[in-house]
Design a binder for this molecule. Structure first.
Ligand code: GA4
Length: 323
């Protein structure tokens, strides 16, 4: 139960909901508008088969119900914080009431450690198609070549991540002890995943109907995202903000837990380009608005490494402004 005045929460702001079964040009316009205003929207009638979704949910619940010693044996040979993890987020002391499975979608050695790798692969294929479709519609509406963004995420070496998150009820949290969000008005909320932006191009997220996600609006207020298991949430990542020269917003978001009794399960698909890809404002978009480039050019590998050297909530893009 959340108590207090909730001064910094905008409870009545609507999150854009985009019906993907509408006419294509309508969908494109709505996507671009949502990316420009909030950097976040939900999609419904998205075409992803419900059995693919339910299968991964079911397998994930079974996995998290296993004893800890079994879960921690799932680890990556190449990336230190990949595989199964709990509490720790990133490498610099961030933490939340969370356990998770984190892996690169092309890390077959890590995937093969899971008994449900085929459920994962089916889900990844389905959300990949959805992400492609959204990025192609975006490109069309922006007037850039249709595959401008999707070509970055369709090569074998694209750096795409899947993260399955389990936020257990408070009495079941593994380490004991809880961390409260810092704002006094929300003192009964527990930190699930602290505020941050996603560094990649785009994120496609689904959750099981238990609340917790909030996005920050242009006034800096937290807007609750009511969880709808039949929808996907989509958010702009840092790279898309850079490529659109600041026209799209890489939205800050967080998971604050309010339910003492229900587990929140969410699955995030973070689409990133190959590590060596050069990222900078797209010239056609700069020219169209007659603006100078707002960001320097960097490779995704450099940006990612930089992100891992910082705390979760730092605004990484500030360091890449041209000034
Ligand atoms: C945020 C989005 C994804 O969950 C993630 C996170 C990653 C991690 O948990 O390892 C990061 C975080 C995320 C942004 C900055 C760095 C990297 C933790 C952190 C402090 C998997 C990702 O790609 O970036």
């Amino acid at each position: 139960m959340v108590k207090g005045s909730q001064q910094n929460v905008a409870v009545d702001q609507d999150i854009p909901i985009i019906d993907m079964s509408q006419e294509r040009s309508q969908v494109s316009k709505q996507i671009v508008k949502a990316c420009e205003t909030l950097g976040f929207f939900k999609v419904v009638n998205h075409g992803v088969d419900q059995t693919i979704i339910s299968r991964l949910d079911h397998e994930s619940i079974n996995f998290f119900a296993k004893p800890v010693h079994e879960k921690i044996s799932v680890k990556s040979a190449i990336q230190p914080n990949f595989g199964y993890g709990f509490k720790d987020i990133g490498l610099n002391g961030d933490s939340g009431e969370i356990e998770y499975l984190l892996f690169n979608t092309n890390d077959s050695a890590l995937l093969s450690q899971l008994s449900f790798s085929s459920a994962v692969n089916c889900y990844v294929e389905a959300v990949k198609q959805l992400a492609h479709e959204i990025l192609d519609l975006t490109a069309k509406e922006l007037g850039v070549p249709p595959n401008t963004f999707s070509k970055l995420i369709s090569t074998v070496d694209s750096d795409t991540i899947l993260r399955v998150n389990h936020y257990p009820p408070s009495d079941q949290f593994l380490s004991g002890g809880t961390t409260r969000v810092s704002d006094k008005s929300e003192s009964l909320m527990r930190v699930g995943f602290g505020e941050h932006t996603d560094p990649q191009i785009l994120t496609v997220l689904r959750s099981n109907g238990v609340e917790g996600l909030h996005v920050s609006n242009s006034d800096g207020l937290w807007v609750p995202v009511y969880s709808d298991p039949s929808a996907f949430c989509v958010n702009v990542g840092d790279l898309l903000q850079v490529m659109t020269n600041g026209r799209f917003i890489s939205v800050r978001h967080r998971v604050s837990l309010t339910s003492e009794t229900k587990s929140r399960l969410s699955t995030g698909y973070f689409v990133g380009p190959p590590l060596q890809t050069k990222i900078g404002p797209i010239s056609a978009l700069i020219a169209a608005k007659n603006q100078p480039p707002l960001y320097q050019t960097f490779t995704w590998g450099e940006y990612k490494k930089f992100g891992y050297s910082l705390r979760l909530q730092v605004n990484r893009l500030d360091m890449f402004y041209t000034s």
